[in-house]
Design a protein around this ligand. Structure first.
Ligand SMILES: NC(=O)c1ccc[n+]([C@@H]2O[C@H](COP(=O)([O-])OP(=O)(O)OC[C@H]3O[C@@H](n4cnc5c(N)ncnc54)[C@H](OP(=O)(O)O)[C@@H]3O)[C@@H](O)[C@H]2O)c1
Length: 281
């Protein structure tokens, strides 16, 4: 997809990965609707990015508010080409110590929010003649688990299944769906989650740059899943040294060629699933 002039919707745009996606998309010439609850932070981002970043105060757990916003903002000739379901929360604790509210917050934000956004925007995307792309932000904890992650992992395994089924459903409508499963990223996520951060986490800007490449892949190529992990995790600051070489295990030589000079040094690009978009495999 050629991103310039395209319309993108990014949830959780007020910080971390969502803010980085917004910066990267605006830099590519997209019109970006950034959704989050904290309007002050979105306004601050708009001062930095200019008028092509449009702040939208939205709680993505509010199905009616999302439906009303989509209805009043978009119409048959003004349709989002890109939806990034990024907003998410994580709380990690033993199952018998997890407050009920935290369980509901994770289910409502990480799963219900992605469903509300997708189900309202997909009918418009189906009317778009141009290719459209939904990116769902999962987690490495949707591929594997750790102690104290039962609730969060349930949502991220859920988003993985949601994405895979949606990808199969929508590929015949010229709509790509990609699930991105990152390992630890340096964002404020760690401040509230109750788990320890480490000194060599993935950088939001690097992931955003990578996702721009994924959006720009040829129209007939569908990448339905990506797993990203930091190299040399959990190092102490003084132990840090430059990794000898980045590791890239893409299944497609074309993608491997495209990224070999651009991959950030601390990223291990573990796996991708790449399929021709219109063939049932
Ligand atoms: N950080 C990591 O290590 C890591 C690893 C793997 C996956 N992830 C995933 O990456 C995504 C982004 O997280 P992050 O690391 O960038 O964390 P972050 O900096 O805490 O950002 C989370 C974003 O989600 C928004 N949000 C939360 N609840 C919301 C709601 N009800 N309605 C609207 N927006 C809401 C927040 O905005 P407001 O508070 O302003 O609403 C914020 O913009 C999440 O899905 C997370 O699960 C993170």
């Amino acid at each position: 997809m050629e991103i310039s002039q395209k319309i993108a919707v990014v949830t959780g745009a007020s910080s971390g990965l969502g803010a980085a996606f917004s910066v990267a998309l605006v830099a590519k010439g997209a019109i970006v609707y950034g959704l989050a609850r904290n309007l002050d932070k979105l306004d601050t981002l708009q001062k930095q990015l200019g008028k092509t970043f449009i702040p939208v105060k939205m709680n993505i757990t509010d199905q009616k508010a999302i439906a009303a916003w989509v209805k009043k903002t978009f119409y048959d000739t003004y349709i989002p080409n890109i939806l990034i379901n990024n907003a998410g929360v994580g709380y990690f604790s033993k199952i018998d110590e997890l407050p009920l509210q935290h369980w509901h917050d994770m289910i409502n934000t990480n799963l219900n929010g992605a469903f509300y956004m997708s189900s309202n925007i997909v009918p418009l995307m189906k009317k778009n003649n141009a290719s459209c792309h939904i990116v769902n932000i999962g987690s490495i904890l949707g591929k594997t688990t750790r102690p104290d992650s039962a609730a969060y992992s349930a949502t991220k395994y859920g988003i993985q299944g949601f994405s895979e089924a949606l990808s199969k459903e929508l590929r015949t409508y010229n709509i790509k769906v990609t699930c991105v499963n990152p390992g630890s990223i340096e964002t404020r996520f760690f401040e509230q989650s109750g788990i320890e951060s480490h000194s060599n986490m993935l950088q939001p800007k690097d992931i955003a740059t990578f996702i721009i490449h994924v959006l720009e892949t040829p129209c007939n190529m569908l990448i339905d899943e990506i797993t990203l992990r930091p190299l040399l995790p959990k190092m102490k600051q003084q132990d840090q040294r430059e990794p000898s070489s980045p590791v890239c295990y893409a299944h497609s030589s074309e993608v491997r060629k495209e990224f070999q000079n651009e991959e950030p040094l601390n990223t291990k690009f573990v796996s991708t699933h790449i399929k021709p978009k219109d063939k049932q495999i």
